[in-house]
Design a protein around this ligand. Structure first.
Ligand code: FAD
Length: 410
């Protein structure tokens, strides 16, 4: 498939009112690429060329079906990388459409921070170019950031120019355990408040650590745990940073502070972290997963995590808390039995309470997974009067409503 074929398909679909839904790797967690109104599914997995890498400009031009790990594999020989890392084998088109982020977002930002230029096919088949290869611009409306995070409801991305960054010269990683999830959450807040700028700061509740130990034999202490990583120019600088981090964690009552992890050990930890969702699914055959993905300002994070823990415990249903803690982003996964209506009512109630609490704190119902189908019900509460302007934008770009219908809007 090339952009001209995509354009022909969209023109035909628009004239004949046929829904069109983009498909990357299908790894979304909110049903984002599910063609709920049937129609045409545009699978981009074979439109996957890395068109060029301009290393001196720290840029690459890519087709939407490139898997981001494949891009990074190629870039590492040039000392570069594309930082957003959702973990699953995601395509760049899917990441752009969902504004994906991941474990390194705290330091490096999310996908929206890396998109400089897009080629987009609109609902009527018109192909437009938007953005620039300059590293900054203040020219006109920012259409790039309208398409980023629009989940394929405003246009179909057929090419992107992405910003890249240099691989860090040195890293330092640590595993820190605490007596309670709340104490770990407080340490996260203090680390961020101190301006120590972690490259990753992940929190895992004991159930998650137990699962990782069972599946990957890592022998970690079964306690609320922070995985953290710092990037910098020299080992000495990072040693100094780690000393301050250790003092902060001690003040918050940490039990163990294990630093000086080597590259292989660090990679094993983050691989396990990335595979956690799959481990949870394997542990609960016959169950479906519901993922809460709230994010709040960092000052509210300790309170948010305490609230979520208490609310989820009340349900008595298997649940796991893990979190891109440094971003104030909390994942709470419930595993409910398929077809057990009463169990799903309890989960829905807990979900409602936790999301409402996050919104009351000035946060969001979805820090990184997008709205898809699952988070539509919170759009009104989160966006109030601006929701009608979002709908107007949708009507302007896609007057016949053919692009990924049934998503985002309640
Ligand atoms: C185990 C696991 C862990 C995860 N962890 C994270 C995480 O840490 N952070 C995070 O952000 N996400 C995470 N995710 C969610 C998911 O990986 C991301 O949202 C990812 O960006 C989806 O990419 P994809 O290629 O699978 O896209 P898909 O799921 O196929 O599609 C995503 C959306 O993009 C649209 N789309 C696809 N291609 C195009 C295109 N060319 N033009 C326009 N629209 C298009 C689709 O219609 C859909 O709305 C995780 C998922 C799993 C399974």
């Amino acid at each position: 498939m090339d952009r001209f074929e995509v354009s022909k398909i969209l023109k035909y679909a628009n004239e004949n009112l046929i829904p069109v839904t983009g498909w990357g790797s299908g790894s979304s967690l909110e049903g984002n690429p599910i063609p709920v109104k049937a129609g045409i599914v545009l699978d981009f997995t074979q439109m996957n060329k890395i068109l060029c890498v301009r290393e001196e400009d720290f840029q690459t031009d890519v087709e939407p079906g490139v898997i981001y790990q494949d891009l990074n594999e190629k870039l590492k020989y040039k000392g570069l990388f594309f930082p957003p890392d959702p973990g699953a084998q995601a395509t760049l088109g899917g990441m752009i459409a969902n504004n994906a982020s991941g474990t390194k977002t705290i330091h490096y930002g999310s996908t929206k921070d890396y998109v400089l230029r897009l080629s987009v096919v609109l609902a009527n088949g018109e192909i437009i170019e938007t953005g620039t290869r300059a590293s900054k611009t203040s020219s006109g409306y920012d259409l790039i950031h309208l398409f980023v995070g629009s989940e394929g409801t405003l246009g179909i991305v057929v090419e992107a120019t992405l910003r890249l960054v240099g691989l860090p010269a040195e890293f330092s990683a640590a595993i820190v355990t605490f007596l309670s999830v709340e104490a770990a959450g407080k340490a996260v807040f203090e680390i961020i408040r101190s301006g120590l700028d972690p490259a990753a700061l992940e929190l895992l509740a004991p159930d998650c650590i137990e699962l990782i130990n069972q599946e990957q034999n890592l022998g970690l202490s079964v306690s609320p745990t922070l995985f953290m990583e710092y990037h910098g120019p020299t080992k000495n600088q990072l040693t100094e940073v780690m000393k301050i981090v250790q003092e902060i964690c001690k003040e918050e009552g940490c039990e163990e502070f294990m630093t000086g992890l080597g590259r292989a050990e660090r990679d094993r930890l983050f691989k396990a972290r990335h595979e956690l969702a799959e481990m949870i699914i394997r542990k609960h055959p016959g169950c479906s997963m519901m993922v809460i993905d709230v994010a709040v300002p960092i000052t509210s994070y300790p309170e948010m995590i305490a609230f979520a823990r208490k609310e989820s415990e009340k349900t008595g249903i298997p649940r796991y808390i893990f979190s891109h803690a440094g971003d104030g982003n909390l994942h709470l996964v419930f595993m409910g039995k398929k077809g057990e209506e009463s169990e799903w009512e309890i989960i829905d109630h807990a979900n409602q309470r936790i999301v409402s609490n996050a919104l009351a704190m000035g946060g969001t119902a979805t820090g990184e997974h997008g709205v898809g189908i699952g988070k539509r019900k919170f759009m009104e509460a989160e966006h109030g009067g601006s929701l009608k302007w979002m709908k107007s934008i949708k009507s302007l770009f896609d007057p016949n409503g053919i692009l990924n219908p049934g998503k985002i809007f309640p």
